[in-house]
Ligand binder design. Structure first.
Ligand code: AMP
Ligand code: MG
Length: 401
């Protein structure tokens, strides 16, 4: 039997990084930067007003107060977007709006609230000191600064910073294109009537959701019966030119395990047992003329889900050219549970204020407990019993962060 780490290493050896791509800012949300972003401008780009009010020389308003206002001539208006270069005459003020460029010679803003709001002359009641209500050029970001680093995930704030830095396109990690194939005669699409012995194909939607949440792209999702000939011809030339194929089902020890039967014969896919629970039967290799990497996941929904977190996630990261490190969090057991010897166990748990407890039945077919879970707790192969209060290592669930 392989260890989890050994199997993961075998999978990673099947893939190489896709080249990064350039996207417009409008397409960048959720992507991961593949290159640093360097500011093309200072932020702010020029000294400007933080308030609607009057640009003044602080010396001219020294001593102004509610009791003894200082009266100044108003030499004109400067609105946001005014591209002229104004000069402030000593002894005068200019009406200025938020974001408008400061006239040369001015060194403070008197907010309109600290004045009588005059248009040709203004009575100022605030002794605004040097720098009052000014936004200074470059105080936030300097031209040439690295404002976002490679590896950063782009959220709304990061996209806004790139835009303000006058960078219109970003170099981001490729989104691996993934094809999903569920197999099994018993499977029916969600919403269809079920005959006795049939079940709904939940793995297809689950895997599509996981792939999407992991930042990859689903380029095809379909179902095949346990029909060796159909499977052979589909996998010989996988539609949609995926970077990775995921299959579910048909890899156990039984008859009608068609994925295993068909792909074993190719000689390019290995089927192995991995010392883990759930998820022991695993397979991986390459198929078709394009030698597309394929990972054959077990059919049991929970096994498939756990296998995705443990094996497929790092493969997707590698395809995207990104570092992968098993994300873990520490907690304690709020309740004890037993674990099988000799296999790493991934227990579905609920994290609460007092620690974690199993989310319910741990059978590999039990989606109820899976849907309740907030994390997977990793119990190493040597541990057979978790005691209340024991330290527990948790894997976050993809799409729930
Ligand atoms: P198999 O690996 O094909 O023997 O399947 C193992 C178990 O997982 C069986 O109980 C299947 O019915 C179930 N199963 C297989 N594929 C799916 C699927 N796409 N959705 C839900 N359950 C599945
Ligand atoms: Mg099957």
């Amino acid at each position: 039997m392989r260890t989890v780490d050994e199997h993961r290493a075998a999978l990673l050896a099947l893939v190489s990084a896709l080249p990064p791509v350039t996207v417009a800012l409008s397409e960048a949300l959720g992507r991961v930067l593949a290159a640093d972003v360097v500011a093309a401008v200072d932020l702010p780009g020029f000294d400007n007003s933080a308030m609607d009010g009057y640009a003044v020389r602080s010396a001219d308003v020294a001593g102004a107060s509610g009791d003894s206002p200082v009266v100044l001539d108003v030499d004109g208006d400067i609105a946001a977007g005014d591209t002229r270069r104004h000069v402030l005459r000593p002894g005068a003020a200019m009406r200025i709006m938020t974001g408008a460029p400061l006239p040369e010679g001015a060194d403070a803003i008197v907010p309109v609230e600290s004045s009588d709001g005059g248009v040709s002359r203004v009575a100022v009641t605030l002794a605004a000191e040097v720098g009052r209500h000014l936004r200074l050029q470059g105080e936030d970001v300097r031209v040439g600064d690295v404002v976002l680093h490679a590896g950063a995930r782009l959220g709304p704030g990061q996209v806004a910073l790139a835009a303000a830095s006058n960078v219109a396109e970003l170099t981001v990690a490729a989104r691996p294109r993934v094809s999903i194939l569920s197999t099994g005669d018993e499977l029916v699409l969600p919403g269809q009537p079920l005959e006795h012995g049939q079940i709904v194909d939940s793995n297809s939607v689950m895997l599509a959701a996981l792939v999407t949440a992991a930042g990859a792209e689903v380029v095809g999702s379909g179902h095949l019966d346990d029909d060796a000939a159909a499977m052979r011809s589909l996998l010989q030339d996988p539609p949609g030119e995926p970077d990775l194929i995921l299959t579910t089902g048909g890899v156990s020890m039984g008859a009608y395990d068609t994925v295993k039967e068909v792909l074993s014969a190719t000689g390019t896919v290995d089927f192995v047992k991995v010392a883990m629970r759930p998820g022991m039967p695993q397979g991986a290799g390459v198929v078709g003329e394009r030698r597309t990497p394929i990972v054959t996941l077990p059919g049991n929904p929970v096994s498939s889900f756990v296998s995705f977190h443990v094996f497929v996630l790092p493969v997707l990261r590698a395809l995207a050219g990104l570092e992968w490190e098993q994300a873990t969090a520490g907690s304690v057991a709020a309740q004890g549970w037993s674990s099988i010897e000799g296999r790493a166990e991934f227990t579905r748990v609920v994290l609460d204020t007092d620690g974690v407890r199993p989310s319910g039945g741990q059978g590999s077919h039990m989606l109820g407990a899976l849907a309740d879970a907030t994390h997977l707790a990793v119990v190493d192969a040597a541990t057979t019993q978790i005691q209340p209060g024991d330290a527990v290592r948790l894997l976050p669930l993809v799409g729930q962060d």
